[in-house]
Design a protein around this ligand. Sequence first.
Ligand code: PGA
Length: 252
Amino acid sequence: MSSKSTYFIANWKMNGSPKDLIQIKNLDFFIKNRFKKHNKLIVYCPPQPLIAYFAKKIRSKNIKFGSQDVSNNNFAFGAFTGEVSSHILKNSGAEYVIIGHSEKRLAGDNYNTIKQKINNANQNKLKIIFCIGESLKENKNKNSLLILKKQILASLEKGLNFKNILFAYEPVWSIGTGIIPSQSYLIKVFSELKKILIRHYSVKSPKLLYGGSVNAQNIQSLKMIPNCNGYLIGGASLTSKNFIDIIQNYYS
Ligand code: PGA
């Protein structure tokens, strides 16, 4: 593990209510008391209406907030019903944004929309959690690396501030299925991602995350993957108990 922070990013998807502040408070209490010395960063990405409320209530140097999406319109404000700009997100307390999640790709985000979202977030200095990942079919056809490369090259322009981009490798077949890739497979993918990012963007030490069915059991093997700087966690981040178990097992 490098001296960089380890990221534990909670993707709450379409879950949560103001009452769930208690989950974040529990986690805050736990890390302040038990894991002070570890270099870690927790980012909660709840549904957008909860960001401002949570961000106001939780002031912690280890806990930040992010959005699960951003508008692809390049305006701070305007007549775009239902859209939320990166400017508005920033003002509501978000420092991060997830872009390119496979569930959003499935709902219609294409390479171009994703590129626009990334550019908007980059312009407003939001930190970007850029998700990439192949489908089961692409994996079975041994096309994973090709797809990942395509997803990267089609949506990332060269002038971006790469210090503000986290790359989350989330194989679609692993999300919510309880199945995770083998260690050797992940080692290969992460090393190839590094090669792509250095060759095409001169990014020497990208921050790479893994996402897909991360839980308190499999974190023991996932933490052995070299070049992995953290995790994007869905289901197991919803309760503080499960989320704390993951962090605890990671450091044990
Ligand atoms: P999961 O979701 O941990 O529930 O598999 C991860 C994600 O979709 O980011």
